[in-house]
Design a protein around this ligand. Structure first.
Ligand SMILES: *Cc1c(COP(=O)(O)O)cnc(C)c1O
Length: 366
Protein backbone atom coordinates (compact mmCIF):
# COMPACT_ATOMS: atom_id res chain seq x y z
CA UNK A 1 0.00 0.00 0.00
CA UNK A 2 3.00 2.24 0.48
CA UNK A 3 3.20 3.21 -3.18
CA UNK A 4 2.32 6.30 -5.19
CA UNK A 5 -1.41 6.78 -5.67
CA UNK A 6 -2.27 6.29 -9.34
CA UNK A 7 -4.80 8.14 -11.47
CA UNK A 8 -8.15 6.60 -10.55
CA UNK A 9 -9.51 7.44 -14.01
CA UNK A 10 -6.65 5.75 -15.87
CA UNK A 11 -6.10 2.32 -17.48
CA UNK A 12 -3.84 0.96 -14.69
CA UNK A 13 -6.59 1.62 -12.17
CA UNK A 14 -9.17 -0.16 -14.34
CA UNK A 15 -6.94 -3.25 -14.35
CA UNK A 16 -6.58 -3.06 -10.55
CA UNK A 17 -10.31 -2.83 -9.94
CA UNK A 18 -11.07 -5.63 -12.42
CA UNK A 19 -8.71 -7.91 -10.52
CA UNK A 20 -10.27 -6.95 -7.21
CA UNK A 21 -13.87 -7.49 -8.27
CA UNK A 22 -12.91 -10.88 -9.71
CA UNK A 23 -11.23 -11.96 -6.46
CA UNK A 24 -13.70 -10.47 -3.97
CA UNK A 25 -16.85 -12.29 -5.16
CA UNK A 26 -15.54 -15.76 -4.25
CA UNK A 27 -14.65 -14.55 -0.73
CA UNK A 28 -18.29 -13.51 -0.17
CA UNK A 29 -19.46 -16.61 -2.03
CA UNK A 30 -21.23 -14.74 -4.81
CA UNK A 31 -21.00 -14.21 -8.56
CA UNK A 32 -23.11 -11.06 -8.17
CA UNK A 33 -21.85 -7.56 -7.48
CA UNK A 34 -19.84 -6.50 -4.44
CA UNK A 35 -19.86 -2.75 -3.91
CA UNK A 36 -16.85 -1.11 -2.24
CA UNK A 37 -17.16 2.23 -0.43
CA UNK A 38 -14.36 4.30 1.06
CA UNK A 39 -15.81 3.92 4.55
CA UNK A 40 -15.81 2.10 7.86
CA UNK A 41 -18.06 -0.90 8.38
CA UNK A 42 -20.62 1.46 9.85
CA UNK A 43 -20.96 3.16 6.48
CA UNK A 44 -21.62 -0.18 4.80
CA UNK A 45 -24.33 -0.88 7.43
CA UNK A 46 -25.99 2.42 6.49
CA UNK A 47 -25.63 1.70 2.75
CA UNK A 48 -27.46 -1.63 3.16
CA UNK A 49 -30.39 0.18 4.76
CA UNK A 50 -30.74 3.33 2.65
CA UNK A 51 -30.68 1.44 -0.66
CA UNK A 52 -33.44 -1.01 0.27
CA UNK A 53 -35.66 0.38 3.04
CA UNK A 54 -37.62 3.54 3.77
CA UNK A 55 -38.74 5.28 6.97
CA UNK A 56 -41.63 3.41 8.58
CA UNK A 57 -40.58 0.01 7.22
CA UNK A 58 -40.64 -2.77 9.81
CA UNK A 59 -37.52 -4.86 10.31
CA UNK A 60 -36.65 -7.78 12.57
CA UNK A 61 -33.34 -7.56 14.47
CA UNK A 62 -31.74 -9.46 17.36
CA UNK A 63 -29.84 -8.28 20.42
CA UNK A 64 -26.87 -10.63 20.14
CA UNK A 65 -24.41 -8.04 21.51
CA UNK A 66 -22.88 -4.61 21.05
CA UNK A 67 -22.60 -4.62 17.25
CA UNK A 68 -26.16 -5.82 16.70
CA UNK A 69 -27.28 -3.04 19.06
CA UNK A 70 -25.32 -0.42 17.08
CA UNK A 71 -26.82 -1.55 13.76
CA UNK A 72 -30.28 -1.35 15.36
CA UNK A 73 -29.59 2.24 16.48
CA UNK A 74 -28.70 3.20 12.91
CA UNK A 75 -31.91 1.56 11.67
CA UNK A 76 -33.92 3.60 14.18
CA UNK A 77 -32.16 6.86 13.35
CA UNK A 78 -33.04 6.26 9.70
CA UNK A 79 -36.71 5.93 10.67
CA UNK A 80 -37.20 2.17 10.53
CA UNK A 81 -39.55 0.51 12.98
CA UNK A 82 -37.38 -2.16 14.61
CA UNK A 83 -38.69 -5.27 16.32
CA UNK A 84 -35.57 -5.92 18.47
CA UNK A 85 -35.62 -9.40 20.00
CA UNK A 86 -33.90 -9.24 23.42
CA UNK A 87 -30.89 -11.47 24.06
CA UNK A 88 -28.44 -12.30 26.86
CA UNK A 89 -25.23 -11.59 24.88
CA UNK A 90 -24.21 -15.25 25.27
CA UNK A 91 -26.28 -16.78 22.45
CA UNK A 92 -26.73 -16.18 18.74
CA UNK A 93 -29.97 -15.66 16.85
CA UNK A 94 -32.48 -18.45 17.51
CA UNK A 95 -33.82 -19.70 14.16
CA UNK A 96 -37.04 -20.85 15.89
CA UNK A 97 -37.75 -17.26 16.95
CA UNK A 98 -37.16 -16.05 13.38
CA UNK A 99 -39.64 -18.62 12.10
CA UNK A 100 -42.24 -17.79 14.78
CA UNK A 101 -41.98 -14.02 14.25
CA UNK A 102 -42.30 -14.29 10.48
CA UNK A 103 -45.11 -16.86 10.62
CA UNK A 104 -47.03 -14.42 12.85
CA UNK A 105 -46.57 -11.67 10.25
CA UNK A 106 -49.38 -12.73 7.90
CA UNK A 107 -49.53 -9.31 6.20
CA UNK A 108 -45.86 -9.56 5.19
CA UNK A 109 -45.14 -6.26 6.97
CA UNK A 110 -41.58 -7.20 7.93
CA UNK A 111 -39.40 -5.81 5.14
CA UNK A 112 -36.08 -7.25 6.31
CA UNK A 113 -34.47 -9.67 8.74
CA UNK A 114 -31.10 -8.23 9.83
CA UNK A 115 -28.55 -10.38 11.62
CA UNK A 116 -24.91 -10.06 12.73
CA UNK A 117 -23.08 -13.27 11.73
CA UNK A 118 -20.08 -13.08 14.06
CA UNK A 119 -20.83 -10.92 17.11
CA UNK A 120 -17.38 -9.48 17.77
CA UNK A 121 -18.34 -8.22 21.23
CA UNK A 122 -19.21 -11.69 22.55
CA UNK A 123 -17.46 -14.32 20.43
CA UNK A 124 -20.77 -15.87 19.35
CA UNK A 125 -21.44 -16.81 15.71
CA UNK A 126 -25.08 -17.08 14.63
CA UNK A 127 -26.06 -19.93 12.30
CA UNK A 128 -26.87 -18.15 9.06
CA UNK A 129 -28.00 -21.19 6.97
CA UNK A 130 -30.44 -22.22 9.72
CA UNK A 131 -31.83 -18.68 9.88
CA UNK A 132 -32.33 -18.74 6.09
CA UNK A 133 -34.19 -22.05 6.43
CA UNK A 134 -36.39 -20.50 9.14
CA UNK A 135 -37.33 -17.62 6.81
CA UNK A 136 -38.14 -20.14 4.06
CA UNK A 137 -40.24 -22.33 6.38
CA UNK A 138 -42.30 -19.24 7.26
CA UNK A 139 -42.67 -18.62 3.49
CA UNK A 140 -41.79 -14.99 4.08
CA UNK A 141 -40.46 -12.62 1.43
CA UNK A 142 -38.42 -10.34 3.74
CA UNK A 143 -34.96 -9.32 2.61
CA UNK A 144 -32.22 -11.12 4.53
CA UNK A 145 -29.31 -8.86 5.51
CA UNK A 146 -26.21 -10.14 7.27
CA UNK A 147 -23.31 -8.29 8.87
CA UNK A 148 -20.35 -10.47 7.90
CA UNK A 149 -17.82 -7.82 8.96
CA UNK A 150 -15.82 -10.00 11.36
CA UNK A 151 -16.63 -13.40 9.82
CA UNK A 152 -15.70 -12.75 6.18
CA UNK A 153 -12.54 -14.61 5.13
CA UNK A 154 -12.27 -16.31 8.55
CA UNK A 155 -15.44 -18.36 9.04
CA UNK A 156 -17.25 -20.04 6.17
CA UNK A 157 -19.64 -17.61 4.52
CA UNK A 158 -21.80 -18.15 1.40
CA UNK A 159 -23.78 -15.12 0.32
CA UNK A 160 -25.51 -16.75 -2.66
CA UNK A 161 -25.98 -20.31 -1.43
CA UNK A 162 -27.38 -19.12 1.91
CA UNK A 163 -29.83 -16.78 0.17
CA UNK A 164 -28.52 -13.58 1.71
CA UNK A 165 -29.72 -10.39 -0.02
CA UNK A 166 -27.22 -7.92 1.40
CA UNK A 167 -23.94 -8.94 3.07
CA UNK A 168 -22.11 -6.15 4.88
CA UNK A 169 -18.31 -6.37 5.09
CA UNK A 170 -15.29 -4.18 5.67
CA UNK A 171 -11.51 -4.23 5.37
CA UNK A 172 -10.01 -4.36 8.86
CA UNK A 173 -11.03 -7.78 10.20
CA UNK A 174 -10.49 -11.05 8.32
CA UNK A 175 -9.38 -9.20 5.19
CA UNK A 176 -6.31 -8.20 7.23
CA UNK A 177 -6.22 -4.57 6.04
CA UNK A 178 -6.26 -1.19 7.74
CA UNK A 179 -9.73 0.32 8.20
CA UNK A 180 -11.24 2.28 5.33
CA UNK A 181 -13.17 -0.01 2.98
CA UNK A 182 -16.86 -0.85 3.50
CA UNK A 183 -18.58 -3.48 1.33
CA UNK A 184 -22.04 -4.62 0.29
CA UNK A 185 -22.55 -7.91 -1.58
CA UNK A 186 -25.96 -7.62 -3.18
CA UNK A 187 -28.49 -10.15 -4.53
CA UNK A 188 -30.64 -9.60 -7.64
CA UNK A 189 -33.66 -9.27 -5.37
CA UNK A 190 -31.99 -6.51 -3.31
CA UNK A 191 -30.96 -4.72 -6.51
CA UNK A 192 -34.52 -4.83 -7.80
CA UNK A 193 -35.85 -3.47 -4.50
CA UNK A 194 -33.23 -0.70 -4.56
CA UNK A 195 -34.17 0.30 -8.13
CA UNK A 196 -37.72 1.06 -7.07
CA UNK A 197 -37.25 2.13 -3.50
CA UNK A 198 -35.02 2.70 -0.57
CA UNK A 199 -34.67 6.20 0.80
CA UNK A 200 -32.99 9.38 -0.48
CA UNK A 201 -29.26 8.72 -0.84
CA UNK A 202 -26.27 9.93 -2.74
CA UNK A 203 -22.86 8.83 -1.40
CA UNK A 204 -24.20 5.35 -0.60
CA UNK A 205 -26.14 4.83 -3.83
CA UNK A 206 -25.53 1.37 -5.30
CA UNK A 207 -26.72 2.26 -8.79
CA UNK A 208 -24.14 5.00 -9.32
CA UNK A 209 -21.44 2.65 -8.06
CA UNK A 210 -22.42 -0.25 -10.28
CA UNK A 211 -22.70 1.96 -13.36
CA UNK A 212 -19.12 3.18 -12.84
CA UNK A 213 -17.72 -0.17 -11.65
CA UNK A 214 -18.82 -1.77 -14.93
CA UNK A 215 -15.93 -0.01 -16.69
CA UNK A 216 -13.54 -0.38 -13.73
CA UNK A 217 -14.10 3.02 -12.13
CA UNK A 218 -15.83 4.69 -9.18
CA UNK A 219 -18.23 7.66 -9.11
CA UNK A 220 -15.92 9.51 -6.68
CA UNK A 221 -12.35 9.07 -5.45
CA UNK A 222 -11.84 5.53 -4.16
CA UNK A 223 -9.39 4.58 -1.36
CA UNK A 224 -6.79 3.65 -3.99
CA UNK A 225 -3.98 2.57 -1.66
CA UNK A 226 -6.31 0.35 0.37
CA UNK A 227 -7.31 -1.28 -2.90
CA UNK A 228 -3.64 -2.19 -3.50
CA UNK A 229 -3.77 -3.87 -0.09
CA UNK A 230 -7.05 -5.60 -0.89
CA UNK A 231 -5.56 -7.05 -4.08
CA UNK A 232 -2.72 -8.55 -2.01
CA UNK A 233 -5.07 -9.80 0.75
CA UNK A 234 -7.17 -11.58 -1.88
CA UNK A 235 -4.02 -13.12 -3.37
CA UNK A 236 -2.97 -14.36 0.10
CA UNK A 237 -6.39 -15.94 0.64
CA UNK A 238 -6.27 -17.57 -2.80
CA UNK A 239 -2.78 -18.96 -2.21
CA UNK A 240 -3.71 -20.56 1.10
CA UNK A 241 -7.18 -21.54 -0.17
CA UNK A 242 -10.36 -20.51 1.65
CA UNK A 243 -11.07 -24.00 3.10
CA UNK A 244 -7.54 -24.01 4.61
CA UNK A 245 -8.05 -20.48 5.96
CA UNK A 246 -11.30 -21.56 7.65
CA UNK A 247 -9.66 -24.71 9.05
CA UNK A 248 -6.76 -22.67 10.44
CA UNK A 249 -9.16 -20.34 12.24
CA UNK A 250 -11.14 -23.31 13.61
CA UNK A 251 -7.97 -24.97 14.91
CA UNK A 252 -6.64 -21.81 16.56
CA UNK A 253 -10.03 -21.12 18.12
CA UNK A 254 -10.19 -24.66 19.55
CA UNK A 255 -6.67 -24.29 20.98
CA UNK A 256 -7.70 -21.00 22.60
CA UNK A 257 -10.83 -22.52 24.15
CA UNK A 258 -8.74 -25.37 25.56
CA UNK A 259 -6.40 -22.83 27.12
CA UNK A 260 -9.30 -20.93 28.69
CA UNK A 261 -10.82 -24.12 30.12
CA UNK A 262 -7.35 -25.15 31.31
CA UNK A 263 -7.13 -21.90 33.27
CA UNK A 264 -10.48 -22.79 34.85
CA UNK A 265 -12.05 -19.65 33.34
CA UNK A 266 -15.42 -19.38 31.63
CA UNK A 267 -16.02 -18.76 27.91
CA UNK A 268 -18.76 -16.14 27.42
CA UNK A 269 -20.40 -18.01 24.50
CA UNK A 270 -22.87 -20.40 26.11
CA UNK A 271 -23.67 -22.55 23.06
CA UNK A 272 -20.92 -24.84 21.74
CA UNK A 273 -22.44 -24.84 18.22
CA UNK A 274 -22.06 -21.04 18.20
CA UNK A 275 -18.44 -20.66 19.30
CA UNK A 276 -16.70 -18.03 17.19
CA UNK A 277 -13.54 -19.05 15.37
CA UNK A 278 -12.52 -15.39 15.17
CA UNK A 279 -12.26 -14.46 18.81
CA UNK A 280 -12.89 -15.85 22.29
CA UNK A 281 -14.46 -13.70 25.01
CA UNK A 282 -13.39 -14.78 28.49
CA UNK A 283 -15.46 -14.06 31.62
CA UNK A 284 -13.45 -12.50 34.46
CA UNK A 285 -13.77 -14.20 37.86
CA UNK A 286 -16.13 -12.35 40.26
CA UNK A 287 -14.49 -9.41 42.01
CA UNK A 288 -11.77 -8.95 39.37
CA UNK A 289 -11.72 -6.15 36.82
CA UNK A 290 -11.01 -7.23 33.25
CA UNK A 291 -9.70 -3.76 32.40
CA UNK A 292 -7.11 -3.80 35.21
CA UNK A 293 -5.95 -7.17 33.90
CA UNK A 294 -5.82 -5.86 30.31
CA UNK A 295 -3.85 -2.82 31.46
CA UNK A 296 -1.30 -5.08 33.22
CA UNK A 297 -0.85 -7.20 30.08
CA UNK A 298 -0.45 -4.09 27.92
CA UNK A 299 2.11 -2.54 30.29
CA UNK A 300 4.14 -5.70 30.76
CA UNK A 301 4.01 -7.33 27.32
CA UNK A 302 2.84 -4.58 24.97
CA UNK A 303 -0.08 -6.85 24.01
CA UNK A 304 -3.60 -5.44 23.51
CA UNK A 305 -6.44 -7.72 24.54
CA UNK A 306 -9.96 -6.82 23.37
CA UNK A 307 -11.99 -4.64 25.74
CA UNK A 308 -15.39 -5.64 27.12
CA UNK A 309 -17.87 -3.50 25.19
CA UNK A 310 -20.97 -1.73 26.58
CA UNK A 311 -22.61 -3.86 29.26
CA UNK A 312 -19.65 -6.27 29.25
CA UNK A 313 -17.21 -3.47 30.25
CA UNK A 314 -14.82 -4.72 32.94
CA UNK A 315 -16.47 -8.17 32.90
CA UNK A 316 -14.77 -9.84 29.93
CA UNK A 317 -11.62 -9.63 27.88
CA UNK A 318 -11.36 -10.86 24.31
CA UNK A 319 -8.59 -12.88 22.67
CA UNK A 320 -8.51 -12.26 18.93
CA UNK A 321 -7.43 -15.09 16.64
CA UNK A 322 -8.34 -13.59 13.27
CA UNK A 323 -6.47 -13.01 10.04
CA UNK A 324 -2.80 -13.70 9.36
CA UNK A 325 -1.99 -15.80 12.43
CA UNK A 326 0.15 -18.91 12.90
CA UNK A 327 0.67 -21.41 15.72
CA UNK A 328 3.55 -19.52 17.22
CA UNK A 329 1.77 -16.14 17.25
CA UNK A 330 -1.18 -17.78 18.95
CA UNK A 331 1.07 -19.45 21.55
CA UNK A 332 2.76 -16.11 22.25
CA UNK A 333 -0.67 -14.58 22.78
CA UNK A 334 -1.85 -17.33 25.12
CA UNK A 335 1.42 -17.28 27.09
CA UNK A 336 0.97 -13.53 27.51
CA UNK A 337 -2.55 -14.07 28.84
CA UNK A 338 -1.43 -16.76 31.31
CA UNK A 339 1.53 -14.72 32.58
CA UNK A 340 -0.77 -11.69 32.82
CA UNK A 341 -3.29 -13.62 34.93
CA UNK A 342 -0.48 -14.47 37.36
CA UNK A 343 0.98 -10.95 37.43
CA UNK A 344 -2.44 -9.33 37.92
CA UNK A 345 -3.36 -11.77 40.69
CA UNK A 346 -6.37 -13.21 38.88
CA UNK A 347 -7.26 -16.63 40.32
CA UNK A 348 -6.75 -19.37 37.73
CA UNK A 349 -5.16 -22.79 37.24
CA UNK A 350 -1.72 -22.84 35.67
CA UNK A 351 -1.20 -24.77 32.44
CA UNK A 352 -3.93 -23.64 30.04
CA UNK A 353 -1.19 -22.62 27.63
CA UNK A 354 0.15 -26.20 27.74
CA UNK A 355 -3.30 -27.55 26.85
CA UNK A 356 -3.34 -25.33 23.77
CA UNK A 357 0.20 -26.37 22.83
CA UNK A 358 -0.68 -30.04 23.17
CA UNK A 359 -3.73 -29.61 20.94
CA UNK A 360 -1.71 -27.72 18.31
CA UNK A 361 0.95 -30.47 18.28
CA UNK A 362 -1.63 -33.28 18.13
CA UNK A 363 -3.52 -31.60 15.29
CA UNK A 364 -0.52 -30.32 13.32
CA UNK A 365 -0.20 -31.23 9.63
CA UNK A 366 2.94 -33.35 9.11
C1 LIG B 1 -15.97 -3.99 13.62
C2 LIG B 1 -17.40 -4.33 13.43
C3 LIG B 1 -18.34 -3.37 12.98
C4 LIG B 1 -18.05 -1.92 12.84
O1 LIG B 1 -17.16 -1.59 11.88
P1 LIG B 1 -16.50 -0.13 11.88
O2 LIG B 1 -15.49 -0.23 10.78
O3 LIG B 1 -15.93 0.11 13.24
O4 LIG B 1 -17.57 0.85 11.56
C5 LIG B 1 -19.63 -3.80 12.74
N1 LIG B 1 -20.00 -5.08 12.95
C6 LIG B 1 -19.14 -6.00 13.42
C7 LIG B 1 -19.62 -7.39 13.65
C8 LIG B 1 -17.82 -5.65 13.67
O5 LIG B 1 -16.95 -6.57 14.14
Amino acid sequence: MDRPTIDHRGPEFARLSAEIFEGLGPVFGTQGPVIIFPSSGTGAWEAAIVNTLKPGDRVLMFETGHFATLWKKIAERLGLSVDFVAGDWRHGVDPAVVEAKLTEDRQGAVAAVMVVHNETSTGVASRIPQIRQAIDRARHGALFMVDTISSLASIEYRHAEWGVDVSVGCSQKGLMLPPGLGMNAVSDKALAVAKQGGMPRSYWDWEDMLKNNASGFFPYTPATNLLYGLREALAMLREEGLPAVFARHARHAEATRRAVRGWGLEILCAEPAEHSNVLTAVVMPQGHDADAFRAAVLARFDMSLGVGLAKLAGKVFRIGHVGALNDLTLMGTLAGVEMGLTIAGVPHRAGGTQEAMKFLCDSAQP
